[in-house]
Design a protein around this ligand. Sequence first.
Ligand code: C5P
Length: 225
Amino acid sequence: MTMSSSNSKIIAIDGPAASGKGTLARALADALDFAYMDTGALYRAVGFEVLFAGGNPESESDALHGCNILSQKLNSDDTILSNPDLRNDKIGNAASKVAAIQSVRDALLDIQRNFAKNPAIGKAGAILDGRDIGTVVCPRASLKLYITANMEIRAKRRMKELQSKGFGVTYKAVLEDMRVRDARDKGRKAAPLMPSGDAIVIDTSDLSQGQMLEKALEYAKKAFS
Ligand code: C5P
């Protein structure tokens, strides 16, 4: 299945954990008045449901059960994706395990494509960030960005983010966790993390958030002119 509407204003942002893609996507959505979806939160929410039920995130039946619970909850309450409990690294790890299962990815595909095609009323377009937005979810997006940064810098950013939210973590543990998660996300058969051939790659290792936004806005201006 491919996106039917190539004219809709869609920005696909992919990249590894703590590359800065979420911060950039939010800032870009504000600046352009686009709707924003953090697709990682969907996989985190499935991981959360699996762990909450005492299941195994690597088991296809447990993970699909988690998807069903999430779909039911999303029908009545879409704020569950903003649950702060989704943000810790235990859930991030469970998310990356359920995300390696193709049937889980299939189950979450329509939610993401519907969002891209029908952004909230009054919004000028949609921005989705994740791992496979430019390659699988929205292959015809008008602008595709692949955001990356070196692993040590990403681990420092993630450590600060987690500490600011009250999670007691060490740099060593965060770095190790990131290594494992990157390897799983890049090495899996189902929609592995990689830049789409037509994505613009931005290395944010030495960029401030303001500089990142400035660059992305320039690309958006060109893409939508
Ligand atoms: O971006 P975030 O760290 O919240 O994503 C959690 C996990 O969900 C990732 O490690 C990845 O395995 C998975 N994911 C994915 N495809 C997406 C978004 C996230 O596989 N589009």
